[in-house]
Write a protein that binds this ligand. Structure first.
Ligand code: NAD
Length: 380
């Protein structure tokens, strides 16, 4: 007899992580489809979901993490399991998370040795069909919003223009570097707070998105659109040109939010130490790419450093600072992914039969299957 799918939701163990991979609403949609859902007690608390909410959704709440791990055959996470978790997971179980296999190759080997089938959602291609499962977009949108809020909070001046009896206050000048998903959300948020916003991206096509939000787009004469609408790495010559052309805009800004990324690469350094030295004291840089190496030469991951009165905030996991909505969005992404992973009879679908499953599967049947031969425009 076929065993029913039993889904395990764990308390995320990464430092300062407050999100949970599955919110009670999506858990309820799964239990109403006759799937078992087990939740580690307290897993949702950081995101405002109580154990009782999961019980009401038809889940079983287990106080012991090990019981969830050993009882489930499908574990859904935001991040990745650690070695202790992997030891306790049943052979041939399925794991869904954001594994970043290039950063954690030995963990991938461990999971392969345990014959786990692992799907790493950040590797999903950014196609129309995958849009509802696009965890990079949902979490980047939250990160961009938070980056603007962190910037506004730390700025020693107001964001909007004010006309008062005490005179007129000019709006803060905000520069957003990188106008992808996070950058556009940072632009929209800074605009709503009343700042005068300028943005720059190496993809010329991003100009239309920026202007549609009412911000000014800097045309610096570099157009580095690569495959699939992503940026490519700049040549040394282009990098020097970018630095030179961007410097005036950086120096005249009160708040700079950096979100520039190139798929599969370390974040490009777009603000040099030399440029920071020319900035006005009291200016702020929020580096939303700190975890990928940082867009600013002085960024320290998870720290705020000060250089000649300029604060550089190395923002880490800003998504976790809005854990309620970030968890709800991730949870909907996962639910959508489950709808292509599990058929109506409750069977796991063969990953070779679905291009999205095979694109984000990193190990199965004892073999590491990542990296796979990439098609044009797919993420690493
Ligand atoms: P990302 O996180 O890889 O990069 C963020 C931005 O940084 C990009 O816009 C990139 O052009 C820019 N950048 C790279 N190097 C730079 C540099 N040296 N200076 C300035 N800017 C630099 O990208 P992302 O936000 O995940 O997505 C980017 C692209 O993917 C966009 O075209 C977006 O519209 C597209 N996208 C498509 C879908 C979909 O079709 N389903 C979903 C999400 C994103």
């Amino acid at each position: 007899m076929k065993l029913p799918i039993s889904i395990g939701i764990l308390n995320e163990t990464t430092e300062n992580e407050r999100r949970v991979a599955m919110a009670p609403d999506e858990a309820k949609r799964l239990t109403s489809r006759q799937m078992q859902v087990m939740v580690q007690a307290g897993a949702g608390l950081g995101a405002g979901f109580q154990d009782q909410d999961y019980v009401t959704a038809g889940c079983k709440v287990e106080s012991n993490r090990g019981d969830v791990i050993s009882g489930a055959n499908l574990i859904v996470m935001l991040g990745r399991p650690d070695t202790g978790d992997i030891n306790g997971i049943k052979e041939n179980s399925t794991i869904i998370g954001q594994i970043f296999p290039l950063r954690y190759p030995s963990l991938v080997e461990e999971m392969a040795r345990k014959k786990l089938r692992v799907y790493s959602l950040e590797l999903l291609p950014r196609t129309t069909r995958a849009q509802s499962m696009d965890v990079l977009s949902s979490q980047s949108a939250v990160a961009g919003y938070r980056a603007a809020i962190i910037g506004a909070y730390n700025l020693p001046r107001l964001m909007p223009m004010l006309t008062t009896a005490a005179g007129t206050i000019k709006p803060a000048n905000v520069l957003v570097i990188g106008a992808g998903v996070a950058g556009l959300m940072a632009i929209a948020t800074a605009k709503r707070l009343g700042a005068a916003v300028t943005a720059y991206d190496v993809r010329k096509a991003a100009g239309d998105d920026v202007r549609s939000l009412g911000a000014k787009f800097l045309e610096l004469g570099v157009n580095a659109e690569g495959a699939g609408g992503y940026a490519r790495e700049l040549t040394e010559e282009e990098r020097m040109k970018e630095k030179e052309m961007l410097e005036a805009a950086v120096i005249s800004s009160d708040l700079i939010i950096t979100t520039a990324g190139v798929p599969g690469k370390k974040a490009p350094v777009v603000v040099s130490e030399d440029t920071i030295s020319k900035m006005r004291p009291g200016s702020i840089i929020v580096d939303a790419m700190a975890e990928s190496g940082g867009n600013c030469a002085l960024t320290q991951q998870g720290k705020t450093v000060e250089h000649n009165g300029v604060k550089i905030i190395g923002s880490v996991n800003p998504q976790s600072e809005a854990p309620i909505n970030a968890s709800q969005m991730y949870s909907r992404n996962v639910f959508s992914f489950l709808s292509i992973l599990i058929d109506k009879e409750g069977n796991f679908i063969d990953p070779s039969k679905d291009e999205l499953l095979s694109a984000c599967m990193i190990c199965s049947d004892g073999n590491v299957t990542f990296p796979q031969p990439k098609k044009e425009g797919e993420r690493k």
